[in-house]
Design a protein around this ligand. Structure first.
Ligand SMILES: [Zn+2]
Length: 467
């Protein structure tokens, strides 16, 4: 590969329109920070987000019954981690569990979740600075990042303003008191810029006399390190720090996470190609090189954030987090890639079908020797294991439908003359002869295949009997 002529740094140092001074100075530093081997146990993790949860769940037996039917369905789908997004329509990041009844109810809810063999994970981080909290007059306001930013019902906080201890200790409290076994931190690893002199943040511009912002990387790093240690030995042995943050890697902080979750940026893009700037995407959304599994989100707000994001995820060996809405309402389940429907449990089927033992990953950016693709808008990544099972993901980045031909290097991969494929979504099955096959792929859509040396059975969900 030739040496690049230039290395481009892309900087985003503010999140609001800002009049730049005549000259901006950057100070660069190198941070020695750990990376981890990719955690193979992640192959058996299936993350499920449950929407609103609250006292009515515990107080109303009919609601408990409905909730248990969701849990039973989730069990059949192979869920392992069950996240509670909000409690009584409030984000769990807000310290609203100050009332003893709420604390008791929440503990009981977690016991129900644990009875199904799931780890209860709680949402936190975003808007933990709620002025309604009882301790607000004592230290709440001090934690606010400045200039202030209020969103939903709380302020953003600066780790340097006391938030580091508040959040780390709050998570330890949730584990001990509520029975939580992990935390889903929303946007907390941003290291938000702050200029609060009392925190020690910011600096005075000698020319204008204005107070300028600095990013609070070190205290945010310490905060994540503390939370990671709490979840991995100090308070609980095998907890999870699930980090929801769409930014490019911030290694100084994100060395201390278990899973990164991103992809909300896809809501706003007009085309998949714009979103899928390959180099940028690989840097931001491929955590393998740092030892992070990455999960993606999807949302109905933009067409390309549905099953196409699923395709992009699998193209990078990521998966998609599942929402309760896609479990409860089976009318939303996909029957083909054209559907403008939610993503359902089928997105997990390939990961559950494939035997993750002695396998090799051949990503699109490094598989030219083992896979040829007929169209420059077509991309294919695949896993192959010792038994020659394959998990294949193809994506068509063009906006129009295309027929794209793929051919494996049979000799190098040591594949048999005939192989069998089954599409996870459409259930179509076909033979692959001498490694060659073609796929009709809708515009900005993926196709996901399970391939084996013998016919691949259809994926079926074994529904549980009513509780
Ligand atoms: Zn600050």
């Amino acid at each position: 590969m030739p040496e690049p002529e230039a290395t481009v740094f892309r900087l985003r140092v503010i999140d609001k329109p800002y009049k730049t001074p005549d000259k901006i100075s950057y100070r660069w530093g190198m941070v020695a920070t750990p990376v981890k081997p990719y955690p193979e146990e992640y192959r058996s993790i299936f993350f499920f987000q449950y929407g609103n949860f609250g006292n009515d769940l515990i107080d109303n037996s009919e609601t408990v019954k409905q909730f248990k039917s969701v849990l039973g369905l989730a069990k059949a789908m192979g869920v392992t981690h069950f996240e509670i997004f909000s409690w009584n329509k409030n984000f769990m990041g807000q310290p609203l569990l100050e009332d003893q009844k709420q604390i008791d109810d929440c503990r009981r809810a977690n016991e129900i979740i644990k009875a199904y063999g799931f780890k209860p994970i709680f949402y936190s981080g975003w808007n933990a600075g709620n002025p309604k909290m009882k301790m607000w007059p004592f230290f709440g306001e001090q934690m606010i990042r400045r200039p202030t930013r209020f969103s939903y019902t709380g302020y953003f906080q600066c780790a340097r303003g006391g938030y580091e201890s508040y959040l780390a200790n709050g998570i330890a409290w949730m584990i001990k008191t509520l029975g939580v076994e992990g935390v889903y931190l929303d946007s907390t690893s941003w290291a938000v810029p702050c200029n609060d002199a009392h925190h020690g943040c910011g600096y005075i511009d000698s020319k204008t006399g204005e107070r300028r912002i600095t990013r609070c990387i070190w205290h945010t790093r310490e905060m994540f390190k503390r939370i990671y240690k709490i979840l991995h030995g100090e308070v609980i042995a095998d907890g999870m720090l699930y980090n929801h943050a769409g930014q490019s890697p911030l290694m100084a902080i994100e060395s201390f996470i278990d899973v990164k979750h991103c992809g909300e940026g896809a809501y706003h893009v007009s085309s998949l190609k714009k979103f899928f700037d390959i180099d940028l995407y690989r840097a931001a959304y491929n955590g393998k090189q740092y030892g992070w599994p990455i999960e993606h989100t999807w949302n109905d707000r933009a067409a390309i954030a549905r099953n196409s994001v699923w395709g992009l995820g699998l193209l990078h060996d990521n998966v998609i987090k599942m929402y309760s809405t896609s479990v409860i309402d089976t009318s939303l389940w996909l029957v083909n890639y054209e559907d403008k429907r939610g993503i359902d449990w089928k997105m997990w089927a390939p990961k559950q079908w494939f035997q993750w033992k002695d396998y090799t990953w051949h990503p699109y950016y490094d598989n030219g020797d083992v896979l040829s693709v007929s169209d420059s808008d077509g991309y294919g990544s695949f896993h192959v294991n010792e038994k020659k099972q394959m998990l294949f993901c193809a994506v068509n980045l063009a906006q129009e439908k295309k027929t794209i031909e793929f051919k494996f290097n049979v000799k190098q991969l040591k594949l048999p003359e005939i192989m069998y494929a089954r599409d996870v979504v459409t259930d179509e099955d076909f033979q692959i002869k001498d490694g060659a096959f073609s796929l009709d792929i809708l515009g900005e859509r993926p196709r996901i295949l399970m391939i084996d040396t013998k016919p691949v059975p259809a994926i079926e969900l074994k529904l549980p009997t009513a509780p």
